[in-house]
Design a protein around this ligand. Sequence first.
Ligand code: HEC
Ligand code: HEC
Length: 296
Amino acid sequence: MSSFWNAYIFVLTGIFLLGIIGLIYFTRRMPGDDKIGETTGHKFDDIEEYNNPMPKWWLNLFYITIVFAVGYMIYYPVGNWEGISKWTSANQLEAETAAYNEKYGDIYLRFLDTPVEELQNNAQAKRIGQRLFVNNCSLCHGQNAQGYYGFPNLTDNDWLYGSDADQIKHSINFGRMGQMPAWKDTLGTQGVSAVTEYVLSISGNEYIESQAKKGEVIYQQMCVACHGAQGQGNIALGAPNLTNNIWLYDLPEQELRRDIMTTVMNGRAGNMPAWKDILGEEKVHLVSGYVYSLRN
Ligand code: HEC
Ligand code: HEC
């Protein structure tokens, strides 16, 4: 905090406290004062204000609050003054986090020896995994892991990077980044159109036959390396299967043909963050178990 604000807080609080003390001093009335019983002259609607001393208990409460305020400023940090307690919110958080970890840390650790495949058989492990998922993953993958445009559905049979426990855990630990190149410059709009019709044809959608024929030639040259000769995909690269009619990039309100064209024209780079350092090994293990249990 700058020294200006530091002084500002001290001076303002000081003036305020002195003002309160002054107010009490100048308006004090002792029992036995000769003015007792007089009115102040204020009168409204036949109600008159008497000039009586404050009740003792009330006045004492007032003194206590002043003493409290001064004590508070000495005990707690104000501006650059650390206070005799040396309290800071960061320290408090640290202490609470340490206590939390001591209490719950082993709840996560307890399951580290259970294989990912078997975590779903333990109700507690599954519940914790699900909670971790809702808190960390649902933003992108959806509350029920059903996915959305650009974010894979984790409850279906279609896996970009494989559905084995190890593969799922690897996806979560280290993140993933699928790299689909852009073909606009190489193929031109006509080439992209043609190969789009071919992709529509191998995925069981309506297509234009003459175009698809041309597209197949392009596909066999440009796309097989990643998507495979039959369009079955490649989990080593995260290249999706193009034959099962399950799409990563398919806006509900848009024709599929246009989604595929956009993908092939401009390329894609879906980015799954790495969680190893954020969640730690034991939580990645538990959330892997939950994702594994969603496999269909
Ligand atoms: C910022 C958005 C985002 C968050 C948060 C996120 N993911 Fe992902 N995730 C993605 C994207 C995008 C992909 C697809 C990557 C690609 O296209 O190559 C993905 C892929 C995956 C895959 C691989 C799916 C497959 O088909 O092989 C798994 C498993 C996964 N995520 C699990 C998780 C879990 C568990 C969490 C929470 C700990 C999580 N994700 C959080 C965006 C996210
Ligand atoms: C270098 C490897 C590579 C090549 C070559 C490649 N792709 Fe891809 N393709 C990918 C990857 C990886 C993805 C997934 C992108 C992501 O995860 O964001 C993808 C995604 C796609 C998708 C979107 C699938 C969906 O589920 O929405 C289509 C369609 C596609 N590619 C078609 C093609 C066509 C057609 C060609 C040839 C002209 C081609 N790809 C060439 C790697 C490749």
